[in-house]
Design a protein around this ligand. Structure first.
Ligand SMILES: Nc1ncnc2c1ncn2[C@@H]1O[C@H](COP(=O)(O)OP(=O)(O)OP(=O)(O)O)[C@@H](O)[C@H]1O
Length: 648
């Protein structure tokens, strides 16, 4: 049994399924076809008549019409569904598979009403014929490509496919176009999209697009229709039962249907339809099961994660608790230590205050030591207590007892055995300056004349200028500060009518932590006979610091201290031995390479290069042979130069 079209639309060419399964021709030549004589509404059954005895289609195999749009992406899934279920679709309605089935791709071509031109869209009638024709050609080519893709999909599974294209006007109804193609090609099995893919839901049970609904309502009753969406069967419309007129009349008369024409036919359709629905349901159930399994696994994974996080939380809480306990213990400890520290600080301050008071009392009280007291303090001039030996005598470290406390002192036992003049000692005791080692007292016993000084525990400037890996080198800020302190001490002595006369690095003593320096042996020259003085001054360590004018005249003047100060500055600047040092520095100044002679052990020079030159100039002017060329230590120039280093 086969139905075919009995009318061929005028002017519209269609490929003949029975003649060719490879080629197709289209009525779309860029013109809108005016071939359709069908109006909307039910299609005339005259166009869908049975051709008795015509078995040409049976030889060619059975045909399934599939309505496809121009977007291959959209319709691909539906076409694949047809290809997968081809046997079931063909045998629906009781037909047997005879030869290969053919898919007829039904496409309604609706040329665009507006045409893009120069970046804008124009109604076709407004444009020149050549532009419209070019655009229509491109449209046709796009459609040809789409059809080729559909046929390729069919070819992949070895199913023959032909294309039938119906062209409608820009306003034309696509459903009507499909219906015309169905009639023209005698399609009894039609597959149509129920709605756009994006509208698909598993609960969809009826077509929803305007085209699909029109096709459902208006297609010939004998045409079976499958409505698909996104490759899923949504619903079917079974074909109406075919009853010939005579039988129909008879049946009507008998009030019953012809068993072979209707009952068997309907049963077969129902079976197949039922089978397809069952298959779809099974697939749906399987996918629901699969989804449920995925969800179950996901939930298990989440449960595991939650359990792990809970365990982590418990252990974190425990750690926090431990830390809090430790923190509160630490707080207690800090509190206790702070209290202890406060107590110790209080005790230390009290001790310091007491020690300062004691020392002050001692400074006031201690004037004269007896020979016995001297011997007791120095443990009979014990060698182990000896701090050093100079030109004037030997220095011992000693502790003098005052009431319950002992005070550390340095006692210089003089070489010359002459009793010291009490009056002179008293005058020197009054010389109190932060940068002068104070004279605390004396022993005027002729067999051991001695001077008692404050004890400074940090050694002398000389110790720190001699490179010694065990001792920290003096850095530039300390050196410039010491220079300023020595100048200050000398000005003080000069203002009090005292010339030091013996300035050199070993006589610059440092306090603990080198925070300040004090000048030792201050005023000692006054206590000595001139010949002793001259003799002591000329010892090898000292001669480089001695004023040449003093050597000539034997007269000590403040300018002699300025000379020694100049040599001391050169030593601080270069770290080199004093002999011939002035010549060396002068040469460097003349050649503009003062930076090269700076003592590298004092670190990087932190001041300007000009300041290095200024200091070198000052030192050299102090070392002038003629005393009247030396600067006044209390003068503006010296003050200005040394103060410029105090800013860092
Ligand atoms: N008040 C003091 N406190 C601590 N140490 C001192 C004190 N006075 C001197 N000394 C130490 O005793 C050493 C000897 O000092 P002394 O003044 O006798 O010798 P000098 O300074 O080296 O040479 P000169 O006798 O030529 O001045 C010093 O180098 C110093 O280390």
């Amino acid at each position: 049994m086969f139905f075919r079209t009995t009318t061929t639309p005028a002017g519209g060419e269609t490929a003949d399924v029975s003649r060719s399964t490879r080629t197709w021709s289209s009525s779309s030549t860029g013109r809108v076809s005016s071939s359709s004589s069908l109006s909307s509404g039910m299609i005339s059954s005259g166009a869908y008549e049975q051709q008795e005895g015509d078995d040409s289609n049976e030889e060619a195999g059975l045909v399934v019409g599939v309505a496809v749009g121009k977007e291959v992406k959209e319709c691909k899934a539906n076409l694949k569904w047809v290809l997968s279920n081809l046997d079931a679709v063909i045998t629906t309605g009781g037909d047997k598979m005879k030869g290969n089935a053919t898919v007829v791709l039904l496409h309604v071509h609706r040329p665009a009403k507006t045409i893009p031109f120069m970046g804008a869209s124009f109604p076709a009638e407004k444009l020149h014929e050549s532009e419209v024709s070019a655009f229509r050609q491109a449209e046709t080519q796009a459609m040809t490509r789409a059809m080729a893709k559909y046929r390729a999909i069919c070819a992949k599974v070895k199913v023959a496919a032909v294309c039938k294209v119906e062209t409608v006007s820009g306003d034309g109804d696509v459903a009507q176009g499909i219906l015309r193609l169905v009639v023209q090609n005698g399609i009894r099995r039609l597959v149509v999209g129920a709605a756009a893919d994006k509208r698909y839901s598993s609960k969809m049970r009826a077509p929803s697009s305007r085209t699909a609904v029109s096709v459902q309502q208006q297609a010939h009753p004998q045409c079976a229709i499958w409505f698909l969406c996104k490759g899923n069967l949504v619903c079917t419309r079974p074909p109406a039962v075919v009853v010939d007129a005579a039988e129909s009349h008879g049946q009507q008369a008998a009030g019953a249907q012809h068993p072979s024409a209707s009952g068997g036919h309907r049963l077969c359709w129902d079976d197949n339809h039922h089978h397809l629905q069952q298959q779809q349901q099974e697939e749906d159930i399987q996918s629901i099961f699969a989804e449920a399994q995925v969800l179950r696994r996901e939930r298990e994974r989440r449960d595991e994660q939650v359990a792990a996080l809970e365990a982590q939380l418990v252990s974190s809480k425990r750690v926090i608790q431990d830390l809090q306990e430790k923190l509160s213990e630490a707080h207690c400890l800090v509190f206790t230590l702070e209290r202890e520290q406060e107590e110790l600080r209080r005790q230390r301050d009290a001790a310091l205050r007491e020690a300062a008071a004691l020392r002050d009392r001692l400074l006031e009280e201690l004037v004269e030591l007896s020979y016995e007291e001297l011997m007791e303090a120095t443990q009979n001039l014990d060698e182990s207590l000896r701090l050093g030996q100079g030109g004037y005598g030997t220095v011992y470290r000693a502790v003098l007892q005052s009431q319950s406390h002992g005070v550390a002192v340095a006692i210089k036992v003089l070489n010359n055995q002459h009793a010291l003049q009490q009056q002179q000692v008293e005058a020197l005791r009054k010389l109190r300056h932060p940068n002068v080692v104070p004279l605390l007292g004396a022993c005027s016993a002729p067999q051991a004349p001695a001077l008692v000084y404050e004890y400074l525990p940090a050694g002398s400037l000389d110790d720190r200028l001699i490179a010694d890996p065990d001792k920290k080198p003096l850095l530039w800020p300390e050196r410039t500060r010491i220079a300023a302190e020595v100048r200050s001490a000398l000005i003080f002595l000069h203002d009090n009518g005292v010339v030091h006369g013996h300035l050199k690095p070993p006589n610059v003593l440092l306090t603990t932590s080198s925070s300040s320096s004090k000048l030792a042996d201050s005023g000692l020259c006054r206590l000595l006979e001139p010949d002793v003085l001259m003799h002591c001054t000329l010892s090898a360590n000292t001669v480089a610091y001695v004023d040449p004018e003093f050597l000539a005249s034997g007269e000590l003047r403040p300018t002699s201290d300025a000379y020694a100060f100049g040599v001391l500055l050169l030593r601080l600047l270069t770290g080199r031995p004093p002999m011939g040092l002035a010549r060396h520095v002068r040469a460097a100044l003349t050649e503009g390479r003062v930076a090269d002679i700076l003592d590298a052990s004092a670190g990087d020079w932190p001041y300007t290069p000009e300041q290095a030159e200024q200091l070198a100039h000052l030192a050299l002017s102090c070392c002038e042979m003629a005393s009247h060329n030396r600067p006044d230590l209390a003068g503006e120039m010296v003050a200005h130069t040394l103060q410029s280093f105090a800013t860092i």
